[in-house]
Ligand binder design. Structure first.
Ligand code: G3P
Ligand code: CA
Length: 289
């Protein structure tokens, strides 16, 4: 049997249908394809972690988007990847004396003044760093689903509780929304905290624990999400063999896959999802074979 067929049968047998949505809502391929997640939005085509990036993902026909959540000096949750504003905004020009321009050293109103689009392309001039609240409202408006990363939690004590409060205020802890939200982090402590605060929420650990240590992670994480560079069919099988905190087989999303050959390779390993800056490229790759 073809490797992908083996993986699909194995995945179906493991009952991972919750996440085995079509490659996109508008372009279904077949039932047992890996889900495709637009990384930082459709970040190859619009500035990462902006509303424009999740709008672009929606226009391309993808429902799952990934983001990174951090906190400002005055306690506002914002969506940005780096711990510094320097790479993806014009902060150096607007606040020249404030190197190294850490997110945690700026207020929300200061960050709201920054241009988070021009670094990517003049077509996106004026895009802003979204607050988490504003971002979630756009996700809702776009009928999208959110893979929310707690980024650098060691810099922001208590951020998990604060994220849960925002998520709850926005109505995302109700039964209709829960299946549209996964919270992940590179920090096991952070994900343990999220699981303790909201035990029914779906959680993911970012990284590749040793196979012998996976069962420890399965106590608080429903997914284990490693880089594609660290992956093998054997590792995916080891993840699928365990049950997570909700009694279902652990699942695995891999990142960041931006080319067709790698997308087909990891599908052959049996992954449940692919996180990508180029969701259209991954969709085409998975459709073609
Ligand atoms: O969602 C996986 C991926 O986002 C983890 O890496 O550095 O892009 O946040 P990073
Ligand atoms: Ca991320």
């Amino acid at each position: 049997m073809h490797a992908h067929a083996v993986a699909a049968v194995a995945t179906a047998a493991l009952g991972a249908t919750v996440l085995l949505s079509p490659v996109s809502d508008s372009h279904p391929v077949r039932a047992a394809q890996p889900m495709v997640v637009a990384h930082r939005g459709a970040s190859a085509y619009a500035p990462e972690n902006t509303l424009a990036a999740i709008d672009k993902a929606a226009r391309l026909g993808f429902s799952w988007v990934e983001n990174d959540v951090q906190r400002t000096r005055d306690g506002e949750l914002v969506v940005l990847h780096d711990d510094s504003l320097a790479r993806t905004t014009n902060v150096e020009a607007v606040f020249p004396g404030r190197a190294p321009w850490k997110v945690k050293d700026f207020t929300a109103s200061e960050i709201a003044r920054l241009d988070a689009g021009s670094w990517f392309s003049s077509a996106f001039a004026g895009a802003r760093v979204p607050t988490l609240e504003r971002y979630m409202r756009r996700v809702e408006r776009n009928h999208e689903k959110l893979l929310l990363e707690v980024k650098n939690p060691e810099l922001y004590p208590g951020i998990e509780k604060q994220i849960m409060k925002t998520v709850s205020n926005e109505g995302w802890l109700d039964p209709a929304h829960r299946s549209r939200l996964i919270v992940q982090s590179f920090s096991a402590d952070s994900i343990r905290t999220v699981h303790r605060l909201e035990p029914t929420l779906t959680t993911g650990y970012l990284g590749r624990p040793k196979i012998a240590e996976l069962s420890g992670y399965a106590r608080f994480a429903d997914l284990v999400n490693p880089s594609y560079a660290d992956l093998s069919a054997n590792y995916v099988s080891a993840v699928h063999a365990l049950k997570g905190p909700h009694g279902k087989p652990l699942r695995l999303l891999t990142w960041t896959v931006n080319d067709a050959a790698t997308a087909r390779k990891v599908r052959g390993y049996g992954v449940d999802g692919i996180i990508t800056n180029k969701p259209d490229v991954v969709r085409t790759a998975l459709s073609a074979s």
